[in-house]
Design a protein around this ligand. Structure first.
Ligand SMILES: [Cu+2]
Length: 170
C-alpha cells in the first residue's frame, strides 16, 4: 500500500514537471518572416499565409525585387482595410508610401508583436493592388486564454503538495 502511494505521487510529480516544461514559451529569440512579391507583374505576395505564435515578437521583412512596379506591405492591425481605405494611419507600413515613385526595388523591415488570437491581414496599398495583393498572419491556437499546460501543471503540483503529509504518515 505504501509502495503504491509512493509510485502514485512520483507519477504525479513527473507528470506535473512535464506539463510545466510543455507550457514554457518556445524561445526568446526573435523570428523573421520574409515576404516578397511574385515576379512578372502578377501583383501578388509570394507568401500569403503565415502562422504565428500568440503575443510573440517578429521581424517582418518585405522585399520588392521589381524596380519598375511599386509595392509595399501594410499590416491592417485594426482590420478596417477596404478599397477606399488603403492609406489608414493605423496600418503598419513596411516599405514605400502608396504613391511613391522612382526605383521601387528594395528591402524593408519592421518589428511586430502578434496579438493573442485572430488574424491580421496584410496588403499592398498601391492603387489597384488590393484586394488581390493580400495575405494573412494567423495566430496559432486562436485562444487568448492562459495555456492549458500551465494550469494543469499548477493543479498537479497543488495535488502533490497536499499529498506530502499523507506520504509522511505512512
Ligand atoms: Cu503592390
Amino acid at each position: 500500500m505504501k509502495n503504491k502511494t509512493s509510485i502514485f505521487l512520483i507519477s504525479i510529480l513527473a507528470l506535473s514537471s512535464l506539463m510545466i516544461m510543455a507550457s514554457q514559451p518556445a524561445q526568446a529569440q526573435t523570428e523573421t518572416i520574409v515576404i516578397g512579391v511574385v515576379s512578372g507583374g502578377a501583383n501578388q505576395f509570394n507568401v500569403t499565409d503565415v502562422t504565428v505564435q500568440p503575443n510573440t515578437q517578429y521581424v517582418i521583412v518585405f522585399q520588392n525585387t521589381d524596380s519598375m512596379m511599386g509595392h509595399n506591405l501594410r499590416l491592417d492591425v485594426d482590420a478596417d482595410v477596404s478599397e477606399t481605405n488603403l492609406n489608414d494611419a493605423d496600418d503598419v507600413v513596411i516599405g514605400l508610401a502608396n504613391d511613391a515613385e522612382g526605383n521601387y526595388a528594395g528591402t524593408w523591415n519592421t518589428t511586430w508583436t502578434s496579438p493573442a488570437s485572430g488574424e491580421v491581414q496584410y496588403f499592398c496599398g498601391f492603387a489597384g493592388h488590393y484586394p488581390t495583393m493580400v495575405g494573412y498572419l494567423t495566430v496559432e491556437g486562436g485562444s487568448s486564454a492562459p495555456g492549458f499546460g500551465l494550469i494543469s501543471g499548477i493543479a498537479a503540483l497543488l495535488i502533490f503538495s497536499l499529498a506530502i503529509p499523507t506520504l509522511r504518515k505512512n
